[in-house]
Design a binder for this molecule. Sequence first.
Ligand code: FAD
Ligand code: SIN
Length: 547
Amino acid sequence: MPMKHSTYSVIIVGSGIAGLYAAIKLAQTAKVPDGILLLTKSNLSECNSRYAQGGIVGVLDENKQDSISLHVADTIKAGCGLSDFNVVKFISENSQHAIKDLMACGVNFDKNEQNQLNFTLEGAHSVRRILHVGGDATGFGIEKALVDKIKNDKAISSNITIYEQTLAVELLLDAHDNCRGLISFNAATKEYEALYAPVTVLATGGTGQIYKYTTNPSVTTGDGLALAIKAHANIKDMEFIQFHPTALSLENSDARFLISESVRGEGAKLINQNGEYFMQNHPQKDLAPRDVVAREIYSQISRGNKVFLDASFIGVDKFKKRFPNIYKTCLENNIDITKDFIPVSPAAHYCMGGIKTEVNGKTSIKNLYAVGEAACTSLHGANRLASNSLLECVVCAYELVNTISKQDLQSSKIIDETVLNTIKKYTETDGCNANNCNVSELKAKLKNIMWNNVGIIRTEDSLLTALSEINKIDEIFDNKNMCSSLEEYELRNMLLVAKCIINAAINRKDSIGAHYRADSVKNISENIQTDSIGKSEDRADDSKIIA
Ligand code: FAD
Ligand code: SIN
């Protein structure tokens, strides 16, 4: 099949907050003679970012009870000492600038009657420091402002080409392992295109869809991670998957709509069907770190109990005003929070690990950058502090732009034999599903295996079982390179990322943070020594141990 070839100054993959904000800043500040390509596999607005509820951390001068050192300490404590102190400090120090710049981009954070910003509270924060939009629609509010800016601000839109329904399927590496761009696949027309650029940025988000129960939308299948693993980029901390404690849990539905932690921040309490307030003995009660609360709920459910949020402590009027979308979604599902408790259970929510990067997104591969949830800057350690993710997206995207705008972004067409050979594969065939297998069935099988064996509680046995079951799916699918549809590419990527998570989880024998090994001798999280705090580990690279 003939193939289109195009050249840009920068290619950004993904239109979540990290990708959109990077594109806007690049268009505003850098010289991009060949323009910016923003590539996204669904429509421009679909991503995890859009569904963010609780908010974004802002350590602001006007918030007198807060300080950088308090936020740094909370982040490192929640991350069980595995965060990198310098990264945490840098991101915290830059949060004020990030929030002000989002406001300049048109984001309207909620304010009180005195026109002051409203700060809320979530798990493991020692003070109120989380800003929100539309009550519980923070992600929607930020994403909408950024999309509007990209579409309507002429100075920006004239520099950005947008490809929707188009996914990145392979990175183009030359003989020296420099990234020269990527191959894209249009899910509607099934056409491939070779895209070249001096800089490629992966802003492809997390991995939630690898699990049966997740708060993440269907696009979140770990694609960027899989591309980076295939390109032998360094990968870090993949055993640390965050399970959000409170997703709406309805009988006869696998969907898991999030009930924000800020609902507990504003006073809701976790109880079981007997009315027992089971978090009451923890020093931070319902606002203990996420991994702790998720395990408590998991333990209740494993004993046959049902778990609910009792929102009556908030007051009906306040709840309706503060959490309008949660109120509406509950009502649509016949849960009237004015008289009913909200049934909840944990669900896969966030991937602390990812493509190993510096704060400016630099990966181990030359010319390849990663930002947002796809990246691992070591901000989060073993368990992310709530609302630190959106902040990381914005601060790191800004740094990324600072770094690459100093580079010559004139595209030089250095396409060597190695790049040409990769491209050739895609011109020789129109893709094939060799075994004609049922891709949705295999996806569902994979998600079940991960939920049952690589979930909130793991053991070496459960991890080895998962690996062997996933290898069987791999054999059936047998489609590691060329695929013929979006679903097939997603399955290929999910299998690769799942194995990466399992390998990392097998290698970490002790329990810490979100990685809980029921067969471990030590639970390091219960014993964090202050002198080990903030020293990020230098462990084996997770990508190098794929079975
Ligand atoms: P995303 O927003 O996930 O965007 C990834 C983009 O990449 C999407 O556009 C996707 O379509 C695209 N993409 C993926 N693969 C490909 C491919 N192969 N080719 C082309 N495009 C591709 N964090 C907070 O800090 N505060 C919160 O209140 C909060 N609430 C949350 C609530 C929910 C329900 C969820 C799911 C997450 C929440 N998080 C929150 C986490 C946070 O939203 C995410 O970590 C963050 O938005 C990630 O942003 P991102 O730009 O890295 O990725
Ligand atoms: C929430 O609102 O509970 C999600 C916040 C987050 O994931 O940071």
